[in-house]
Design a protein around this ligand. Structure first.
Ligand code: EPU
Length: 334
């Protein structure tokens, strides 16, 4: 339960950036977390899978890494099961666990990097699904009072890549475990066109297993494997603009990609904007833009966090100049 000093973080962030933590410790129970919180030097940072951060400097204060494991069915009825999962469990390991047991709800979220404890923070989503639709509740410890609190679905204020833990309660709670409600008789969600195309190419009937495999195939083709090329998935959020703005952009850029978001807004594909601004496949030293998905910035080896950050700023400037749209990072920049 000791803190390590100047702990290397290169293997603990999927961008593969060199940086150290002034103090670092793991916790594998709520009790251990509470004890560490008593002794931790501020500021405090909680680390999950390190798949949504860009380290631009050594981290002062303390980093605590969630290593609470375990996947347990805690309730079951005719239609569904409630499964309590330790925050330290690797997200895709949990998805695989659910597919093996024929429990539905997570199949579209296959192969998303990161940990279960981090998943609610930004309401992870892909291929038309988000965790908010299978989320039941979570247990979190208040960093100040050390009290354990249960957050139900509505308490979390889930939105597109956001929750109360990124807004009002930022840095106030440590998520320890998450409980999901999974379906025994799932309805499949293949509305995201790429999934149907992939299932057809695979020549498989629609099932939890085949949808999960289709998502794995699509992601593996488009997104770089962080074990091979450092990255944190989408670097920016897809920006939302008014329908009026979108229609006026469409006059100048007839192929612009956007999806309705409510009645008055359109969510624009940032990957398209970045590609059109000429950045797809760009490389400067070891910092670059992925060749198959322009929304993903990559570290080819020894890029520094600042190199990636500088590149991201250049991309923001050029997209703003060309389209008048501001890109907001999705990754947490530290
Ligand atoms: N596009 C381009 N060029 C590119 C990339 C994309 O023109 O370089 C166009 C595509 O042709 C497509 C559209 O943009 O028409 C959307 O692309 P894609 O389906 O790859 O999805 P995305 O909007 O770029 C979002 C999520 C991903 C998630 C996918 C699939 C965000 C910020 N990103 O990306 O999530 O996997 O949808 O659902 O919402 C992540 O958050 O790290 C992540 C990878």
């Amino acid at each position: 339960m000791e803190f390590n000093h100047n702990h290397p973080l290169k293997n603990l962030n999927t961008f593969g950036i060199y940086a150290n933590a002034e103090n670092f410790a793991n916790f594998n129970s709520i009790e251990e977390l509470k004890r560490l919180l008593e002794n931790a030097k501020q500021p405090l940072m909680i680390l999950g899978g390190g798949s949504n951060i860009l380290l631009t400097q050594n981290i002062k204060g303390s980093i605590l890494k969630n290593e609470i494991f375990g996947i347990d069915i805690i309730e079951e009825d005719n239609k569904s099961v409630a499964v309590k999962v330790g925050g330290g469990v690797v997200w895709h390991d949990f998805v695989s666990w659910s597919i093996e047991r024929n429990l539905g709800g997570l199949e579209n979220l296959s192969l998303i990097p990161g940990s279960v404890g981090a998943a609610p923070m930004q309401n992870i989503g892909a291929y038309g699904s988000e965790i908010k639709s299978v989320f039941k509740q979570l247990e979190a410890v208040n960093i100040e009072s050390k009290e354990l609190k249960i957050f139900e679905n509505k308490d979390c204020q889930f939105g597109y890549r956001t929750s109360i833990f990124k807004t009002q309660l930022k840095n106030k709670y440590v998520i320890c475990s998450v409980t999901f409600r999974l379906n025994k008789y799932p309805e499949f969600n293949t509305s995201y066109g790429a999934i149907e195309d992939e299932l057809r190419d695979m020549g498989e009937i629609t099932s939890l297993k085949s949808i999960s495999q289709a998502v794995i195939n699509i992601r593996s083709r488009k997104l770089p494997d962080p074990n091979i090329i450092g990255n944190s998935g989408s670097f920016f959020k897809n920006p939302t603009i008014s329908n009026i703005e979108f229609q006026s952009l469409k006059k100048d850029f007839p192929l612009i990609v956007g999806y309705p978001n409510g009645d008055n807004e359109t969510k624009v594909a940032a990957g398209w904007l970045i590609e059109q601004a000429g950045w797809k496949g760009f490389r400067d030293g070891d910092a670059g833009v992925h060749k198959n998905q322009a929304l993903v910035l990559v570290n080819y080896g020894n890029a520094k966090g600042k190199d990636i950050l500088n590149l991201s700023k250049k991309i923001q400037d050029s997209v703003e100049q060309k389209f008048g749209i501001q890109l907001i990072p999705e990754v947490n920049i530290l």
